[in-house]
Ligand binder design. Structure first.
Ligand SMILES: C[S@@+](CC[C@H](N)C(=O)[O-])C[C@H]1O[C@@H](n2cnc3c(N)ncnc32)[C@H](O)[C@@H]1O
Length: 214
């Protein structure tokens, strides 16, 4: 269920969107059973439309988890290569298994902290999907710019963070640092007129950013 949409809107979107394939459904069920957070279905639908318009060749993903989004993105028509970073060894191994099972060959996995690996990778990437540690988003944004192709786009998942960004009453004490950092990033972007940005209230909030200098 979406963290920020009303249930009746969420249900309507689920009905409206294309039926899930049995394979997709099985991945999603596995993720739910094992408490692995993966991209919300309605965000995926939106992003699929957007990426089929942007037509990226090279994608960088921060946060592989079980490989669900990297498998899906690697199959988009324009995509030649997806590089994906994961810090947890168990997730890296699970994604490897899933990628092999799905017979996907154009996804390259990196094991390590995205914060460190961002300095080591070679761009340019046409799309950078930021979905790792939420408290590190400002840092990821700063580092990702070096790797972005001209006209490229950065997408951040979960930026409304279960409503906590816009409603102080919802903020959980142990999430205060993440909330502060996400708010700071959003405020900085709001004031930075070098970037075009749009915040889409789907799933847990999805933010798209690109340089105006194209
Ligand atoms: C929301 S999940 C990614 C979901 C995936 N993108 C999908 O939709 O299928 C976030 C993942 O980021 C990983 N992660 C957290 N901190 C990280 C870091 N500093 N560097 C790399 N990965 C990290 C977590 O272990 C987790 O597997």
């Amino acid at each position: 269920m979406s963290e920020i949409l009303q249930d009746h809107i969420q249900n309507f979107l689920e009905e409206f969107n294309e039926d899930e394939s049995p394979k997709n459904f099985a991945y999603r069920a596995y993720a739910e059973d094992h408490h692995i957070p993966i991209i919300d279905e309605e965000v995926k639908e939106f992003l699929s439309f957007f990426l089929n318009t942007l037509k990226p060749k090279r994608i960088l993903e921060l946060g592989t988890a079980m490989g669900y989004s990297s498998i899906w993105m690697s199959r988009l028509k324009s995509v030649e290569r997806v590089d994906t970073i994961e810090v947890r060894e168990d997730m890296y191994a699970l994604a490897k298994e899933n990628l092999e099972r799905a017979q996907v060959e154009n996804v390259h996995q990196y094991l390590g902290d995205a914060k460190v690996l961002l300095d080591q990778l070679e761009g340019p990437y046409d799309f950078i999907f930021i979905d790792a540690a939420k408290g590190q988003y400002p840092y990821y944004f700063e580092k990702a710019q070096r790797l972005l192709a001209k006209g490229g786009v950065i997408g951040f998942d979960n930026v409304l963070f279960r409503g906590m960004i816009s409603n102080q009453d919802l903020v959980k004490r142990r999430k205060i640092t993440i909330v502060k950092r996400l708010r700071k990033l959003l405020q900085a972007l709001k004031e930075d007129h070098r970037f075009e940005k749009t915040l889409i209230p789907l799933g847990d909030g999805f933010l798209l950013v690109r340089s105006k200098d194209v």
